[in-house]
Ligand binder design. Structure first.
Ligand SMILES: Nc1ncnc2c1ncn2[C@@H]1O[C@H](COP(=O)(O)OP(=O)(O)OP(=O)(O)O)[C@@H](O)[C@H]1O
Length: 752
């Protein structure tokens, strides 16, 4: 039973208030050096300042992992720390009777999830959500967790089954270099940035051995194939083939030393990720044999040559654009490598066919120079995206266990964190939408955990007034009208609409939403969404077109005519391709837009997450230069906001962020007795007796009780003095509660 402490004002107390506050702060800070606090919820009070100070102190002391209630905060060391990731340490966490008592580590999260699977307590399936901004360490963390499970979830009794398990684990680990070669690239923020999101399901049998895995990917940034920002690079695999091909392969793939490709910027930059051998080896282990690999690399070389095809502007609209002189050779080589007819490739790039009328008559219209470029880029994106999906399916068929052999899974979700750039478009809208969804999931889980702690302590209190981010989600995805539905509507109607019109439509249809900000500063048409992590301005130019992601049917038709074995698989002739250019008239299913496909996959993911016990790892980048021993407070703060940790601090603050064990509380008794020497404890005897009759305290706890009561009597008296000076509404909140083992206080005790 909970004891509530009501306040009594006292003149002497008011005079002594500054002294109290100072003493209390000191007391709450305690004697423990900040870097030794391994849980951010133990900093007292939990505020942004104290959390930042604690993380900084730990980082400087080479302590990279810190708990934050049900979350693990992982600071990127930006330097090798081999002792942190040895198989011996993995086994230590695995063998520990209480791993949560060891130093915070991703292995604690890994082991806890593993034990939950073992315990068979519902929900048995687990998910570990790894989030953070680009370069924060998500991929590293997921990789480490996979290695952890490969070590701890693999010790079957017989030698034979041990060998099978080892092979499966090796394949699962081999999926990493392959997916990274094809899906990662060097960006301004990370030399090895994942340009897609992924959910890896590690499948376990009834003896909790890893029997297989399955990978689901999200939103590959396929535009990178044909367009790279200044000082960024294309996907690693292109550099690997150009740098690592043998003499023979160079001849086969038409990649002479020193060849220049417009889609291969910054080739002089040499990265650790450029190692072709590692990728080939891993592909081989996944069952992709050498001829198939050669086929893949030949197609990629074909795309590089495609990127060198440039057109001159045509003066006469009725005439197709001419090839630039240098491009003729590139056209020939590209057609050769992709096994396409050269003249058909050229024609498809520069002539648009339009079907019209009842008879579906075919008209041929020469494209402008810009349209030719768009079609060329579109062709490359189409091939690369299909190739990537195909690789993922090959990886899955190599690592996925027979459904009869596994009974539970641990899912690792590695998703791009919240993004806010000077120029945000559909990609950022999708990413931030996913982050809002995950944040909602996280907040619900965090509140549940907080509520459970209160219940254990006997506190009857709930976060009834806490508003989660549903309003923002309604704005983005709600029904019937939301940003997503309006953008999709534009695609469906296929009407000409300007960026300014789209802005007006969004602003007028969603004017009532408190999460829609007003476009005051920008001259370019845009709208602002007030995300949980901060406001983001999205520009409306090109949004509808990106959402349609149109693939001219002629391009698919062209690839279906290729004689290349791989392209024949990627573009089968019998498939009923549906492209956005085909009108979706009466009776036809609505065209799938980028947003609608993303929304569907997100919903599926959330369904999976809801059916699991979640764990969260928030990766933080201490500085954007990738330097060891450098902790930039401003940068860390904005990430704490973006990953929802600030939100959890607010949730904590909405409850009782200050928690002190009875023992600690009483140890500091003198401080408060000085201020209120004649406090009577009679007021509390009743409630404490009532509590103790339900839950008898241990002997030492019993001796603490009278002292505890005296302090508890003093504090609220002080609080009332404080609240009457400030917000009168606060006076109605009971600031101090005595739980079974801890004293709980609202932050008004120290912050008012
Ligand atoms: N625990 C660690 N120990 C040492 N170095 C690390 C650690 N975590 C991350 N790093 C370094 O930081 C770099 C960036 O990490 P990583 O690629 O995992 O980031 P990410 O969050 O996955 O980024 P993106 O979203 O761009 O893919 C790594 O290449 C590695 O050099």
């Amino acid at each position: 039973m909970l004891q509530q402490v009501n306040g009594h004002s006292s003149g002497s107390v008011a005079q002594n208030l500054p002294l109290l506050r100072e003493g209390l702060q000191e007391f709450l800070g305690g004697d423990t050096p900040l870097h030794q606090l391994d849980d951010l919820t133990k900093v007292n009070p939990v505020t942004l300042e104290t959390v930042l100070r604690c993380l900084q102190a730990r980082y400087m002391a080479d302590k990279f992992y810190t708990n934050a209630g049900c979350t693990l905060v992982a600071l990127n060391p930006f330097k090798p720390v081999p002792p942190l990731y040895t198989p011996e340490l993995m086994r230590e966490y695995h063998a520990a009777s209480q791993p949560q008592k060891l130093k915070p580590h991703i292995f604690t999260v890994g082991e806890q999830s593993y034990r939950n699977v073992k315990s068979l307590i519902e929900p048995v399936n687990q998910s570990i959500v790894v989030s953070g901004e680009s370069g924060a360490g998500k991929t590293w963390t997921s990789r480490c967790l996979m290695k952890f499970y490969a070590v701890v979830a693999a010790s079957p009794a017989s030698w034979e089954s041990h060998k099978i398990a080892e092979r499966i684990e090796q394949r699962i680990l081999n999926s990493n270099p392959v997916m990274e070669a094809f899906g990662n690239a060097c960006t301004l923020r990370n030399n090895n940035s994942s340009r897609f999101g992924k959910f890896i399901q590690l499948q376990m049998n009834s003896a909790q051995q890893m029997t297989g895995a399955a990978v689901q990917t999200y939103l590959l940034e396929k535009t990178r194939v044909a367009c790279q920002a200044t000082n960024e690079r294309n996907f690693h695999i292109f550099y690997q083939i150009c740098k690592g091909a043998s003499e023979d392969e160079r001849l086969q793939w038409h990649l002479p030393e020193g060849a220049v490709f417009s889609w291969l910027p910054n080739p002089e930059k040499t990265l650790e990720e450029d190692c072709f051998e590692v990728t080939r080896e891993a592909m081989l282990h996944l069952g992709i044999d050498t001829p198939t690999q050669s086929n893949i690399f030949k197609v990629l070389a074909g795309l590089l040559h495609l990127g060198n095809i440039w057109f001159a502007d045509s003066e006469d609209e009725t005439q197709p654009c001419q090839l630039m002189e240098d491009a003729k050779c590139s056209l020939r080589t590209s057609a050769l490598l992709l096994q396409l007819q050269e003249d058909l490739l050229l024609e498809t790039l520069r002539i648009r066919t339009i079907k019209a009328g009842k008879q579906q008559q075919v008209f041929r219209k020469p494209c402008s120079q810009a349209e030719c470029d768009t079609r060329r880029d579109c062709l490359a994106k189409l091939v690369y995206a299909r190739l990537f999906d195909w690789l993922v399916s090959v990886i899955n068929s190599s690592i996925c266990a027979d459904p009869d052999t596994w009974t539970a899974f641990i899912g690792l979700l590695d998703v791009y964190g919240f993004e806010s750039f000077p120029d945000n478009s559909l990609e950022q809208l999708c990413i931030n939408y996913a982050n809002e969804k995950l944040q909602q999931h996280f907040v619900a889980h965090y509140m549940r955990a907080q509520q459970e702690e209160y219940a254990v302590e006997g506190l009857e209190w709930s976060f009834v007034n806490y508003q989660d981010n549903q309003i923002c989600l309604d704005l983005i995805e709600g029904s019937p009208i939301s940003i997503c539905s309006l953008i999709n509507e534009e695609c469906r109607l296929n009407r000409p609409s300007s960026a300014a019109q789209l802005q007006t439509r969004i602003e007028s249809a969603l004017a009532g939403s408190p999460c829609l900000g007003h476009n005051k500063l920008s001259r370019e048409p845009s709208f602002i969404v007030m995300h949980f992590a901060g406001p983001v301005r999205y520009y409306t130019a090109g949004l509808v077109e990106k959402n349609k992601d149109p693939v001219p049917p002629e391009l698919t038709g062209l690839l279906q005519q290729s004689h290349d074995p791989l392209l024949t698989v990627l573009f089968p002739t019998n498939s009923k391709e549906k492209t956005q250019e085909e009108p979706s008239g009466q009776g036809r299913a609505p065209a799938l837009t980028v947003v609608s496909k993303f929304k569907a996959s997100l919903e599926q993911l959330l369904q999976v997450l809801h059916s699991t016990t979640p764990h969260y790892i928030r990766c933080i980048k201490p500085n954007s230069q990738g330097q060891a021993q450098t902790f930039l407070r401003e940068e860390v703060l904005s990430q704490l906001e973006a990953c929802g940790l600030v939100e959890t601090i607010h949730i904590s603050a909405a409850g009782f962020p200050i928690r002190i064990s009875h023992q600690n509380f009483v140890e500091r008794y003198g401080l408060l007795r000085r201020l209120h020497p004649h406090a009577s404890s009679s007021l509390y005897c009743q409630s404490v007796t009532k509590r103790t009759s339900e839950c008898p305290p241990p002997a030492e706890e019993a001796t603490l009780q009278p002292l505890l009561q005296d302090i508890l009597h003093t504090l609220p008296a002080l609080m009332q003095t404080v609240t009457t000076h400030n917000d009168p509404a606060e006076a109605t909140t009971v600031p101090v509660h005595c739980g079974r083992t801890k004293v709980f206080m609202t932050d008004s005790v120290v912050s008012s």
